[in-house]
Design a protein around this ligand. Structure first.
Ligand SMILES: *Cc1c(COP(=O)(O)O)cnc(C)c1O
Length: 377
């Protein structure tokens, strides 16, 4: 056959044919809108990366601990595959939280575990209830796994509408329910009574505690997991420990689920670097706790300051960010104007949030710059 007869028309129909091999639900996905990498932004703005004040992804402004930098510099076994069971890391986590090591699974960030959980339970068409505004990955991973999202919107103060949620649970009988506490993007904790009521239901409750280290003591349910059958708690090193770029998180799962997780997880999901960094961070948890206190103090200071700015209405937060309603101004433009000055904050072009901005808590001197810029506007 003459190769030149491959007309573009032929190629197009071939592409069409190949695309039909894709799993049908993949045709209808709305793409995830990630934030622009800040090195790319630095290039675009012509501002050196180290001068950019990055407050758009709730990362730790203090960076990694010196002990983590040392551990990464001295990685002895980067040429060897990591331990599929992340034994040392899980043991350190068990010690730190005083929970059984048998119930802990490490992952490439909490994000990997959200996807893993959905892959374990979702059949095409299964309903997952979602309480927006909230973290986007629950809906994103549900869609990728062929599930169907039914929204139970939050109330005006962004708390979960518990009555509506329990009604929806009765109606749709979902297998799983993901709730972030504190919630992203507003920083509010899920009410304890709501958690208790949901634990009575016939479903697996996944509490995403990605920001729990910034919440008041004893807000976590992490210690209950091993004693229950229907509770999963997710945690991460990304926010509190400053390891967002290394991708390491963990989940605490009921005992009956662990054997399934061990058989079906990706064997080498947590890299040697991520694992060593997380271990070094945990060994120096006292330093992380100190940094956490600084962030909490700064959150309180920022909240008071933001209340005094006319066009902003901050929401109380138990996390490392503050959500603000923007009044009589365009929130998207506010975000863009700050970006031009090298200050990155988060704007969500989504229902209920398109007149809001979210500011991650940075160092005090960074927050001073942000507040001055906001006041000038
Ligand atoms: C940032 C975030 C995560 C993701 O954590 P990784 O460990 O970085 O994947 C999970 N849940 C919520 C609510 C978050 O905001």
């Amino acid at each position: 056959m003459n190769i030149t007869c491959h007309s573009s028309l032929f190629a197009t129909s071939l592409v069409q044919k190949m695309k039909e091999f894709l799993r049908p639900h993949l045709h209808n996905l709305t793409p995830y809108t990630p934030i622009l990498p800040f090195e790319a932004l630095s290039e675009w703005l012509g501002i050196p990366a180290e001068k950019i004040i990055k407050l758009d992804a709730n990362e730790n402004p203090y960076g990694i601990l010196p002990a983590v930098a040392d551990a990464l510099r001295e990685l002895p076994y980067a040429h060897i595959y990591p331990d599929p069971e992340s034994r040392f890391l899980r043991r350190a986590l068990a010690d730190y939280h005083k929970i059984p090591v048998e119930n802990i699974l490490a992952g490439a960030g909490a994000d990997e575990l959200i996807d893993l959980i959905l892959r374990f339970f979702i059949e095409p068409g299964d309903v997952i209830l979602n309480c927006p505004p909230t973290f986007g990955m629950y809906a994103f991973d549900t869609a990728i796994n062929g599930g169907q999202i039914i929204n139970v919107p939050r109330l005006d103060d962004f708390s979960v509408d518990a009555d509506a949620l329990l009604e929806a649970v009765a109606e749709y009988k979902p297998k799983l329910l993901f709730l972030a506490t504190p919630n992203n993007p507003d920083g509010s904790l899920l009410r304890s009574e709501t958690i208790d009521a949901l634990l009575e239901e016939n479903l697996l409750l996944v509490l995403d505690e990605a920001y729990m280290e910034f919440a008041p003591p004893n807000s976590s349910r992490i210690k209950e997991v091993a004693e229950r059958e229907k509770l999963i708690v997710l945690r991460t090193f990304s926010k509190w420990a400053g390891l967002a770029g290394l991708r390491v998180g963990y989940g605490i799962f009921p005992s009956w689920l662990m054997p399934y997780l061990w058989t079906a997880k990706q064997p080498y999901n947590v890299s040697v670097a991520a694992s060593e960094a997380a271990l070094a961070a945990l060994k120096n948890a006292d330093q992380l706790e100190e940094i956490g206190q600084k962030i909490i103090a700064e959150r309180k200071r920022l909240y008071t300051t933001l209340q005094e700015i006319d066009c902003l209405e901050p929401y109380p937060s138990q996390s490392n960010f503050i959500l603000c309603k923007v009044i009589e101004r365009d929130a998207a433009k506010l975000k863009a104007d700050l970006a031009k000055q090298g200050i990155l904050i988060r704007y969500f072009n989504k229902p209920r949030l398109d007149d809001h901005i979210r500011i991650s808590i940075g160092k005090p001197e960074q927050m001073d710059v942000v507040v001055r810029a906001l006041e000038k506007m």
